[in-house]
Design a binder for this molecule. Structure first.
Ligand code: NAD
Length: 344
């Protein structure tokens, strides 16, 4: 039996990616929508293949408790609202798939993990790149030793943010600037590809004066991460430059480049090893359908999802250290960080 989801928040991602993806999902379907008063209506419901009775306002969120067919919610709201809706969903016994970043602080993210554990519901952080064959091939190339000992890595996720009124530029709603929104892809994938946790971070950021977009958050951040064994990784993130998304790994006996690395489709991977340079190809897929299917199956089997809430908490712990380093100008040691076991 497929798992019924309520999508909470109907912005660009929900309308353009998640609803079409759910239609192709094998194990999940959309049973309800939660949105604002203005959006609620028959025409709106019909456009998404539901009836008016399946569309709820945010005030009516608690009514999902009566909907046995809604087993999970997918939270696609501004970051500062993730905690409140996760906690409310957990109390209703609904499983929670939550968009990245998990929240706006380590403390809030940890509270979400605790709430779901207490309610005995699954919590998954929607790290779509941990479900693509390209990122798995990059991880396999690194962890199989095919590239020799890996010495250096770098990653970029930058894009232009035009609208000074966007919630992404408001500190309380977003929790930070490009680091928490797009830089988090670099951080998360560097950890995923190595299967290791950074031991220290060193960062610098720039917040231009006089630009109305960057009154509250930084425009650009440059981060250095020190992984075990002397492996150094750098990443760049910004809201001020044309879209670029890359991942590069350099080892003693080979290298790999993914460019682009983080769009919804069209990822390109090039691996150079002792056999030469090759570009593996993969069957077509929809990243969001893969994510829906994975979470639905983890609900059915009662197993933890591959990217549980703890995985989101771990990135918050590291992002806190990045902000601290940028503020102090000093390297910050992470020590034994909270979060997930790095040896999986
Ligand atoms: P969006 O601005 O397009 O949509 C946000 C939705 O939240 C809208 O429906 C809006 O009406 C609603 N909302 C409720 N309360 C609000 C408030 N106080 N202020 C503003 N909007 C409010 O945002 P989005 O791009 O869909 O992002 C939502 C979440 O999804 C964020 O956590 C974001 O990081 C994440 N996201 C993930 C990906 C991905 O590839 N995984 C891509 C885009 C966004």
């Amino acid at each position: 039996k497929r798992v019924g989801f309520a999508l909470v928040g109907i912005g660009k991602l929900t309308a353009e990616e998640l609803i079409p993806a759910a239609r192709t999902s094998e194990h999940a379907y959309i049973a309800a929508l939660v949105t604002s008063e203005e959006d609620k209506g028959e025409a709106f419901a019909r456009a998404f293949g539901l009836t008016e009775a399946d569309v709820y306002t945010y005030d009516e969120f608690g009514k999902l408790a009566d909907r046995d067919d809604v087993e999970a919610v997918y939270i696609v709201l501004p970051n500062s609202l993730h905690r409140e809706y996760t906690e409310r969903a957990a109390k209703m016994g609904k499983h929670v798939l939550c968009e990245k970043p998990l929240s706006v602080s380590t403390q809030d993210a940890q509270a979400m993990v605790d709430a779901c554990r207490e309610a005995d519901v699954r919590l998954m952080t929607a790290y779509r790149c941990q479900y693509t064959p390209e990122h798995w091939a990059a991880r396999d190339a690194v962890q199989s030793g095919k590239l020799g000992k890996v010495k250096l890595m770098d990653s970029i996720h930058v894009q232009v943010q035009q609208d000074p009124e966007a919630w992404r530029l408001k500190k309380t709603l977003a929790g930070g600037g490009p680091l928490v929104d797009v830089g988090i892809y670099c951080l998360n994938i560097l950890r995923f590809v190595t299967g290791q946790e950074p031991e220290w971070v060193f960062a610098a950021e720039h917040q231009p004066e006089g630009d109305p977009r960057f009154k509250e958050v930084e425009e650009s951040t440059s981060v250095m991460l020190g992984f075990p064994g002397g492996l150094i990784a750098n990443f760049l993130t910004s809201y001020g430059a044309m879209k670029t998304t890359t991942l590069r790994v350099m080892g003693e006996e080979g290298s790999l480049l993914m460019d682009p690395a983080f769009p919804y489709d069209g990822l390109k991977l090039k691996i150079t090893d002792s056999e030469g340079t090759h570009e593996p190809s993969f069957p077509e897929y929809d990243q969001f359908a893969l994510e829906f299917d994975h979470f639905a199956q983890s609900i059915r089997t009662g197993q933890q999802p591959w990217t549980p809430g703890e995985e989101g908490v771990q990135d918050h712990v590291i992002m806190d250290a990045i902000f601290e380093s940028a503020r102090s100008g000093k390297r910050v040691d992470l020590g034994a960080t909270a979060g997930k076991d790095a040896t999986r």
